[in-house]
Write a protein that binds this ligand. Structure first.
Ligand SMILES: CC(C)(COP(=O)(O)OP(=O)(O)OC[C@H]1O[C@@H](n2cnc3c(N)ncnc32)[C@H](O)[C@@H]1OP(=O)(O)O)[C@@H](O)C(=O)NCCC(=O)NCCS
Length: 149
């Protein structure tokens, strides 16, 4: 396995991120990532927290996108969200996901973040297991409410 390095995501990682996501969800979500990248890189108040994993030749093989809470939902400002994580299916089971999470936390700790929330589909047992293995547990403070229409 190639040496993996983790670095801050930049605007030029757009194509690589979209391509990895396409391989995961088997659909193109360009519009979603355009909106995400606009928010991440065009806002003046934006504090960079999102990361990519690359192999020695510079190929991006994984990413993690997160955001700091700025008071949303009344959640305190020392929290953050982990929006999306993705590792290229050809490079899985090499600890890249774990490395992305641990660097993400290292970076957020420096920014004074005390808690990170993420939403997972309750039927996605593999992803839930992955988060459990990375020390996530069901929130005691936040309830995800919904109403059908
Ligand atoms: C979840 C995900 C990020 C994990 O990435 P990864 O790089 O394979 O993660 P890791 O290698 O750190 O760990 C994966 C598993 O492999 C195991 N593992 C890690 N290194 C290993 C190795 N060398 N050999 C065997 N197993 C290994 C880990 O224990 C872990 O097991 P678990 O899932 O049962 O906890 C990846 O599978 C993914 O992108 N999934 C899709 C996520 C998704 O749906 N995203 C879009 C919407 S948010």
């Amino acid at each position: 396995m190639n040496k993996i390095s983790i670095r801050l995501m930049s605007e030029t990682d757009f194509d690589a991120v979209v391509e990895i996501d396409k391989r995961i969800v088997k659909a193109s979500r360009d519009a979603y990532y355009e909106m995400k990248f606009d928010k991440l890189f065009k806002s003046k108040e934006f504090i960079p927290t999102s990361l990519v994993a690359e192999i020695e030749d510079g190929k991006v093989v994984g990413f993690i996108i997160g955001e700091l809470y700025m008071g949303e939902y009344g959640i305190s400002r020392d929290g953050a969200t982990l929006d999306t994580i993705g590792v290229d299916p050809d490079y899985r089971y090499n600890g890249i996901g774990e490395q992305l999470i641990s660097e993400f936390f290292y970076h957020l700790r420096d920014l004074g973040v005390k808690k990170v929330n993420t939403l997972v589909d309750k039927d996605d047992a593999r992803l839930i297991q992955f988060f459990k293995a990375n020390k996530f547990s069901p929130s005691k403070n936040v309830i995800n409410l919904e109403r059908s229409l």
